[in-house]
Design a protein around this ligand. Structure first.
Ligand code: AMP
Ligand code: ZN
Length: 143
């Protein structure tokens, strides 16, 4: 299936590339939340966060840390958000895994979802529900 980020990686589609090495590519988002909004992708195609192999993910996270620092410094930003949308419901629109780096400036905008409150005992129940699958799957986790 046609993938716009693979096309950018293969130089078949244009993008404002700011960083490239053997494994990772970073370019400016064409619909920035703030100017300088950057996307970091693995050069190999993986649909989302859960399907990226550990070695590739290590490299991608390390590159994201480096690029975030440079974006912040070069734009004199006050901070930045690192975001990864996974799945349609979570806002993913391009199914080639990517990290968003969004530079943030004092008083630019607020992202403030409504927070929930746990009913009595529910915090423990959610913890147990998740922990039971952690036990089941922990063998596939390589720390
Ligand atoms: P997401 O919604 O998390 O999947 O993010 C996809 C991002 O890719 C959006 O913020 C888009 O603006 C951005 N995007 C889509 N096509 C391009 C493109 N050709 N060049 C740069 N950014 C793009
Ligand atoms: Zn792709």
């Amino acid at each position: 299936m046609e993938c716009i980020f693979c096309n950018i990686k293969d130089k078949k589609a244009e993008a404002e590339i700011i960083f490239e090495d053997e494994h990772v590519l970073a370019f400016l988002d064409i619909q920035p939340v703030n100017y300088g909004h950057t996307l970091v992708i693995p050069k190999k195609h993986y649909d989302n966060f859960l399907t990226v192999p550990k070695d590739e993910l290590d490299k991608l996270i390390h590159a994201t840390q480096f690029i975030a620092g440079v974006v912040k410094r070069s734009l004199k930003a006050d901070g930045f958000n690192i975001i990864s949308n996974n799945g349609h419901t979570a806002g993913q629109s391009v199914y080639h895994f990517h990290m968003h780096i969004i530079p943030r400036f004092h008083n630019d905008f607020t992202i403030k979802p409504m927070v929930k409150a746990y009913a009595s005992g529910a915090l423990r129940e959610y913890g147990e529900q998740i922990r039971s699958l952690i036990s089941k799957y922990k063998d596939i986790y390589i720390g």
